[in-house]
Design a protein. Sequence first.
Length: 297
Amino acid sequence: MNTTAEPSEPTAPPSPDELLEIATIAAGAAADYIRSLDREHLAREYKTSSHDIVTVHDKASEDIIAAELRRLLPSCRVVGEEAGERPAEGDGPAVADPGQVVTFYVDPIDGTSNFAAGLPLFCISIGVTVGDELVAGVIDAPVLGQVFTAADGPAMLNGREIHPRSTNAAADALVVSGFPGQRGVTEFPELAAKAQQELENGLSAVRHLGTAALELAYVAAGWADATFLASINAWDIAAGFHILRRAGGSVRTWPGRGQKGLPDFLCPAYVACTGPERLDIVDELFEEVQALRDADL
């Protein structure tokens, strides 16, 4: 008699709608935690500088999210801003092949500076991939009461469909972005000075919300024409990219100094517009950013 345990049969990953439900439940648990806090007395720490802060609640929020994701889908991989990669644990079902691995990209509090200061402009962002393909995303702004979601259907805000619109011409466009910001001034000072002037003169208005994920959600909703940054991480943008595209928006990315040919949500630079029409003034600036980075390789 053969007593050797047979390996579990590999199974296909859950559907995009099922993965969105898992991500939304996890984001909701973290949102409940955040809403319970006394945000008037928050302690802050610094990661790399005073421009890059973190609180104990960022870490607690990510732990809550990771625990919920593991409870609902033990075979998943979690990549978070605070703890990095958390490989799958437990005895969840095997997946058919590496291209079917489910990964949740988690920013537990995007806009930590706003959060720590008492501003409501911050959110929880969870993007979901199967292999290298974005299939779902949720952006939950817990104090504002705004939950943006998308799987393989239309993008939604609080359960109601977001309707796409055209991108306004540059002279009428309101954009939400912190570009070039402190990082840009440090990395490419001459181009940063030029970009600041060109954007202020060439666009109707430039606003910096301090949260890349929420800026992408607001562009998806048609409340702004574009958003763009030159240095970003996957957990900031994965959910927003998917929601924006499902709402009818367009995204261009640039690889920076990293590996060419990566999925777009792993690229550090992007310009996202609310419709298929592009803002040439911004795309051209980002071509210059990439050229400078290529010259340094």
